[in-house]
Design a protein around this ligand. Structure first.
Ligand code: AHR
Length: 631
């Protein structure tokens, strides 16, 4: 039997302890969370030509006997460079197809909102007939637009779909004779998150909200840095009217991945305003990360010279004004005009994603000086680079300690065994040094980012064991997040991922269930839990952490048993004798390879039951390979 004693530690669990890391990787934003169904709606993505095709043609040529589509440049300075010019030659009309993001998912009975800009150019194009069709060309929903203007005009229409289909496409037939110009062709489900027009996919945001996240880190990841500096994420280009947001080739656009994605781009319909709004919606602290003048290390590692760093620093200062400034400030006004006069109350900003070495430290210092002198109240997240990266990881930490950095972001993608063996990772961290943001971690069943990686129970259980160590060290560890967050079944570049989706469905993996159990049972104050004065960090496969929830006056004990046998644990509460019911949440699987899937989305999910406390003691029977929370 184990006897467990509980003592107050005086250590607070930060409200940010369990959060979300969002990156537009694996089609997480365009093709995922951002519910736009038309790929390349503004005809910007021309290399290769993306999204649009003629029927029965995969050549992406736009010229047949019935008509021609050409991409034309506006010629001005704006962010929207191109539009489509359609010439109709055949009285039957000219047809263009938009393939969506690996198809379009439509639901029976659901309403869809179409909008497009058009300007009649030559002759008289009288009709734009918009249809949603399945692979057999059966019409599932349709509407008609009657263009009536020579100048650009936005047309809106709605229709209902008659049948659920995962791989629908849009078929647009132009009728009449002559030429018409077209831009910003957009199709959204009406039923988005909070019913926002051109909003976010409801099921996916719900999965995020259910995590009860303490923070939302955005927009990445490597996309912050870009493969080159010119292709870095620039937040100012992602706010304002969606038409004025200049698209960018995604850093994860690749021909060579397991699932090639040469069509991967960022429309920024989900931009910085929407990220702040999403954070607010789901009760998470916004945590934006900005580039620090170093491009993504996987590629060029391009560096901005120190004497040209100023615009990058200004971006950080302006972002704080955008989030928190009042409506009379330049950037506060932009936020207000987008519909949010109240500040977002941002408290954190991250500088650099996964950078390291002297080049990073040198640049970080400039940001720190500028931010702290203007906004001393904003906490800065700096980076240590990925772990393990030998000398650079240590170097980063040493330097950041010397600089009295506040929060250091660590990333580790390691085998499941490493997670089981490192529950004491933070026990030895300097209590007087910077706080830790465990910003990206995930157990890799095969190898880092291997296409063969699985979101299996062994990985999730190992993470649960490791996370007892995050929580037990809540005086050092202030923020934590699993990564990456989301992946489209047919559009991914990285595995494992916490949430999987296709065009119709989504589910949380076993790892998601573990994260959710922690985050919805975070508590407020750390208690000590030990066996004969020893903390449980894997002896006999047992791990433990305990907290109090000061709001509800409950004690929450998290225990992990990674062994193959069940274990009896008698929990006593020091000299206290609490009474009442104990809610027990058990996540246990005999099969370490078990995974959730579209077909069986809750295979690995917790079961709840109620126990009665007997004489202030809790006799806990831990099943084999289990994560159990007693509340
Ligand atoms: O999470 C996937 C990638 O892993 C992130 O973009 C990057 O920060 C890390 O290397």
């Amino acid at each position: 039997d184990l006897v467990v004693d509980l003592k107050d530690t005086g250590i607070k669990i930060q409200p940010t302890m369990y959060g979300i890391f969002f990156e537009d990787i694996n089609f997480a934003a365009d093709g995922g969370l951002y519910a736009e169904m038309i790929k390349n709606r503004s005809f910007e993505f021309t290399l290769p030509k993306t999204g649009w095709m003629e029927p029965n043609s995969d050549r992406h040529s736009y010229n047949n006997q019935s008509g021609i589509m050409s991409v034309v440049k506006y010629g001005g300075e704006g962010a929207n460079h191109n539009f489509a010019r359609v010439e109709v030659k055949d009285p039957q009309g000219y047809v263009l197809i938009n393939e969506g993001f690996r198809g379009m998912g439509v639901h029976e009975g659901a309403q869809y909102d179409l909008s497009l800009k058009a300007a009649k150019h030559l002759g008289d194009i009288t009709k734009i007939h918009f249809q949603i069709v399945d692979s057999l060309d059966q019409v599932l929903g349709e509407t008609t637009i009657l263009p009536d203007n020579k100048d650009w005009k936005t047309y809106n229409a709605s229709f209902t779909v008659s049948k659920t289909e995962m791989k629908a496409k849009a078929k647009i037939t132009f009728q009449g004779k002559g030429e018409i110009d077209m831009d910003m062709v957009s199709l959204f489900p009406k039923d988005t998150w909070k019913g926002r027009e051109k909003g976010l996919r409801k099921d996916l945001v719900q999965l995020l909200a259910d995590l009860n996240p303490g923070f939302l880190r955005f927009p990445g990841g490597c996309i912050v840095e870009g493969r080159t500096l010119a292709r870095r994420y620039q937040w100012k280009k992602t706010v304002g009217d969606i038409e004025d947001r200049e698209i960018l080739i995604n850093r994860w656009n690749t021909e060579f991945a397991h699932r090639p994605a040469p069509d991967y781009y960022q429309s920024f319909g989900l931009g910085f305003f929407e990220y702040f709004q999403l954070s607010e919606d789901i009760g998470a602290q916004p945590l934006p990360i900005l580039g620090c003048g170093i491009a993504c290390q996987f590629n060029t590692g391009e560096l901005v010279p120190m004497n040209q760093l100023e615009p990058y620093v200004q971006d950080a200062l302006d972002l704080i004004e955008f989030a928190n400034g009042d409506v009379n400030t330049a950037w506060g006004k932009v936020r207000s005009e987008m519909g949010h006069p109240e500040p977002f109350n941002m408290k954190f900003i991250g500088i650099g994603n996964e950078q390291w070495g002297p080049a990073y430290i040198e640049r970080y210092m400039v940001f720190e000086q500028a931010i702290k002198s203007k906004y001393p109240e904003i906490a800065i997240v700096s980076g240590s680079g990925p772990f393990p990266d030998g000398d650079y990881f240590e170097y980063g930490w040493d330097q950041l300690k010397k600089l009295n950095a506040e929060i250091v972001d660590e990333h580790y993608y390691r085998p499941p065994q490493w997670f089981r063996e490192n529950a004491d990772r933070y026990d030895s961290y300097d209590r007087t040094g910077p706080k830790v943001f465990a910003g990206e971690y995930a157990a890799q069943s095969v190898a880092i980012a291997s296409p063969e990686n699985k979101n299996n129970w062994e990985c999730a259980l190992s993470e649960a064991a490791f996370m007892t160590g995050l929580e037990r060290n809540a005086d050092v560890v202030y923020l934590t997040s699993y990564a990456p967050l989301m992946a489209h079944e047919e559009g991914w570049q990285w595995t494992p991922d916490m949430i999987w989706f296709n065009n119709l469905q989504s589910f949380g993996t076993a790892n998601y269930q573990v994260q959710k159990m922690y985050a919805t049972n975070a508590g407020t104050d750390l208690l000590s839990i030990s066996e004969n004065g020893e903390k449980l960090i894997g002896q006999d496969g047992l791990y433990a952490t305990a907290v109090k929830d000061a709001y509800t006056n409950e004690i929450i004990i998290k225990m992990v048993n990674t062994s193959e046998g069940q274990q009896q644990v008698n929990i006593v509460f020091g000299n206290k004798s609490p009474k009442g019911e104990v809610e027990v949440l058990t996540l246990a699987m005999e099969d370490l390879q078990a995974e959730n899937s579209f077909a069986d989305p809750f295979k690995v999910s917790p079961k709840k039951r109620i126990l009665e406390l007997e004489e202030g003691k809790l006799a806990a029977l831990l099943p084999p390979q289990a994560f159990v929370i007693y509340r």
